[in-house]
Write a new protein. Structure first.
Length: 401
């Protein structure tokens, strides 16, 4: 069987697909990955090859330019809270204007390249990120089944299913012109949607949802010697989003306050960071270990807790490994993730504007002591482990062909 995988062109959207790619390969199937150039390094680092598509549109640069405006819009409008129906419609309409164009223009730029690849290679099935709006057109052109693969939670119900809401919003006419020649209805569902996010952390409404076990993968790396030795005190990972930081053009300023609050509790703080971002952190003291280019899934099994931004990949990696979480969100969907974790007792969250030495120390003390958060985190990990493995999912996809 030939499988064409099309992730959205950011590494956090690709990483959750990697175990499924490996499972396809282990089952003897041929896999091609087509993606925008920004994701190429991450794809090749996972041991796979990539066919680059959409060179004519630099989505990563556009997102970098747009992200500060989006964040300011969300903050100015209190993230859409407390709106009546008319206000909610206007809020979502403007949000789609700010964030939707990058997906529409990417689809326009990717479509020709994807069709050339697909018509030449003739895949039997397509697995795509729902944000890749050109993927359904490729499947329709070849007459093959398409399965969507999510990267985590689907934001909030008022924003709609990723990809689908954009097709019916302010760019509906652009999408209609793109889709009409292929006879595909804008926003049409895939055969089903593979979802690595467990029930407790997902919002309702995922169309034709089928669970797939989240298997943590955060890139390649070398296991440092210190990680093979037992920690002598509670170890807490502190992580801010590398992708958000690079797109927004800044490294989070809350890390020094977080590190100070944790070290005052006697914790060993470990900060995994890309080598390129190291200098932006400065000197955080002797009790803080900086781990350059250390994948999160290697570090977290040794940790008693993690403090992070609330991105889906980080949240699901910690959840799968049974690590209690403290979320300090940078953008809207991350605050929703923090709220859901707190609701099931597997962690807590602190609004970024409320971060201080005292607030971090107080919340971390509760998470690290008493055992309730650790127990809830272990229960969450057990629920993820009970989901169908990527190998089992491959067997189901084989039946489509």
């Amino acid at each position: 069987m030939k499988v064409l995988m099309i992730p959205w062109g950011l590494p956090p959207h690709y990483f959750p697909q990697v175990p499924l790619v490996w499972a396809f390969r282990a089952a003897g199937h041929d896999v091609r990955i087509a993606a925008q150039p920004y994701a190429s390094s991450a794809i090749m680092a996972s041991g796979l090859t990539v066919s680059e598509v959409g060179h004519a549109y630099d989505h990563a640069t556009v997102m970098k330019e747009n992200t500060p405006r989006v964040l300011q819009f969300l903050k100015d409008n209190d993230f859409g809270k407390g709106l009546d129906e008319d206000g909610r419609v206007a809020f979502v309409d403007q949000l789609h204007r700010l964030v939707g164009e990058v997906y529409v223009r990417s689809a326009e730029a990717m479509l020709g390249d994807l069709l050339t690849l697909a018509r030449s290679w003739r895949p039997d099935v397509l697995v795509g990120d729902p944000l890749v709006l050109a993927a359904p057109l490729v499947a329709a052109d070849l007459g093959i089944p398409i399965v969507h693969h999510l990267w985590g939670d689907v934001l909030t119900p008022q924003f709609g299913m990723p990809g689908k809401a954009i097709t019916h919003g302010v760019f509906a006419e652009d999408i209609r012109r793109l889709y009409e020649p292929f006879g595909v209805a804008p926003g049409a569902d895939a055969l089903y949607t593979l979802d690595p996010c467990p029930d407790d952390l997902q919002v309702p409404g995922v169309p034709e949802r089928r669970s797939i076990r989240y298997v943590p993968y955060n890139g390649p790396g070398v296991v440092p010697e210190w990680l093979t030795e037992p920690a002598s005190r509670p170890r807490v990972c502190v992580l801010r989003s590398g992708t958000t930081s690079r797109i927004a053009g800044t490294i989070s300023t809350v890390i020094p306050q977080v590190a100070a609050g944790l070290t005052d509790l006697g914790a060993e703080v470990v900060i995994p960071i890309n080598k390129a971002d190291r200098d932006a952190l400065g000197d955080l003291g002797a009790d803080v270990r900086i781990a350059e280019d250390l994948p999160l899934h290697l570090l977290l099994p040794s940790c008693d807790a993690i403090v992070h931004h609330g991105g889906s990949g980080t949240m699901l990696t910690a959840a799968a490994l049974g690590v209690p979480q403290i979320v300090i969100p940078e953008i809207n969907d991350q605050s929703m993730n923090g709220t859901r974790l707190a609701a099931i007792g597997a962690g807590a969250w602190i609004a970024e504007q409320d971060v201080s030495f005292d607030s971090v120390r107080s919340v971390a003390d509760k998470v690290l002591t008493g055992g309730a958060a650790a127990e809830a985190a272990a229960k969450l990990a057990a629920s993820i482990a009970a989901e169908p493995s990527p190998a089992q999912v491959v067997a189901g996809i084989e039946e489509l062909v």
